[in-house]
Design a protein around this ligand. Structure first.
Ligand code: 5GP
Ligand code: ZN
Length: 132
């Protein structure tokens, strides 16, 4: 019996950007539709498909990074830029003064379901003082 051909693995995640099977990489490439809120050279932001608050937007680096646990020295500026983008959109959405929450889930115990670093911007309601 012929052996199944070994699947070539084109996945790169060290700044190589292309992650064929990653949902958020597909969204960034436009292969999966999304409701875009913001985009620049390094960042893409879109509405969460299952919003947990009236405003629920996901901010992702275009570079595939698995989670906040995997950021490296060279990513420091990128993380700052993501927070600037979050503030810009918070202002545009009229919640900059009212308040908003920014969350990034990292790993199993935090319930990270998509293994591509993302920051949730949650706003538009009083979320209270408790985080959990
Ligand atoms: P996590 O649980 O990994 O922190 O967050 C993943 C988020 O991605 C969830 O809030 C989930 O609703 C959202 N999500 C999952 N699949 C899709 C999708 O195909 N499109 C969009 N826009 N959001 C998604
Ligand atoms: Zn990815």
């Amino acid at each position: 019996m012929d052996k199944m051909p070994k699947k070539k693995c084109p996945q790169l995640d060290k700044g190589g950007i292309v992650m064929e099977d990653c949902l958020f990489c597909k969204i960034i490439r436009g292969e999966v539709p999304s409701k875009k809120v913001y985009e620049d050279d390094e960042i893409y932001a879109f509405e969460d498909i299952n919003p947990a608050a009236p405003i629920h937007i996901l901010f992702v680096p275009k570079k595939h990074i698995e989670s906040i646990a995997k950021i490296e020295k060279e990513d420091e500026a990128l993380i700052g830029k993501i927070y600037n983008a979050i503030n810009k959109i918070a202002e545009e959405k009229g919640v900059k003064d009212k308040g908003y929450r920014v969350v990034t889930n990292c790993g199993k115990d935090a319930g990270q379901t998509v293994k591509h670093l993302h920051f949730h911007l949650l706003a538009g309601t009083n979320m209270g003082e408790k985080l959990l």
